[in-house]
Design a protein around this ligand. Sequence first.
Ligand code: ADP
Ligand code: MG
Length: 292
Amino acid sequence: ATPMSVMVGVGRGAQLGVLVKNAEALERMEKVDAVVVDKTGTLTVGKPKVVALKAFNGRSEDEVLRLAASLERASEHPLATAIVQEARARELTLVEPAGVESPAGKGILGTVEGHAVAVGHAAFMSEHGIHTDHHTGVAEGYRREGATAVFVAVDGRAAGLVAIADPVKDTTEAALQALARDGVRVVMITGDNRTTALAVAKRLGITEVEAEVLPGRKAEMVQRLRQEGHVVAMAGDGVNDAPALAVADVGIAMGTGTDIAMESAGITLLKGDLAGIAHARGLSRATMANIR
Ligand code: ADP
Ligand code: MG
């Protein structure tokens, strides 16, 4: 590649909020015919809020929220931030958790004021012998609205259910339509629950959805599409997206996301605006036409 035309492309990109870290990413972008997009923080704003809360077994909502938020202070997950913010909004006094463990894509557990507390999805609860079956109906209702249902358990029993919703970015729908017009295959991938993922996908006209994907498997899914012959771009924001960003033909990180995602990607969209994907394709075409 002629360094000059690539430099011009990189410069134009910067003006559009598309930061190109490596030239190959820009060169390959014109050939991309499949884009894998993470849901939380990529299609959505990534600033989820608590929209509903239920307490079970005689506990109060504030009690459940205080225990959950005390534990989630130890996590940087967007869902954790939402829970902590809701507790602060209710002026609850949070305490220091102990013995915290936070398996990626599952949830968090530890000790709060001598109680064993766990916060996470239903499968994570059952891994720890906590039954949530009685509350499946309520959880499914939240999910059908596109919210994520997070369970709170105290001392081995389900104590509450938190619904957390993250609005879709204003720019997402138009950006996806542009890709569809270009004949690009779009696949949504998320660690979140299937019902929640489908509700969000439906709103956006996305028909291919891979939900409940554990962090390690995101990279595998990208590899599978590449083996099918696709030139694949992966767009993501989180720590759990980093391996998939690294194995994609083009990794596209959200500038609003984690540092590790940006380090693993060839392109960063400064404001997280997915229109940058189409911009990058346009720049790639112009750059490569110049070289040829
Ligand atoms: P995504 O792929 O959409 O960015 P993640 O893989 O980070 O989502 O998380 C998958 C699921 O794991 C979440 O929807 C949530 O149910 C659960 N989870 C992960 N981390 C936490 C946490 N700190 N607190 C509560 N739930 C969590
Ligand atoms: Mg994410």
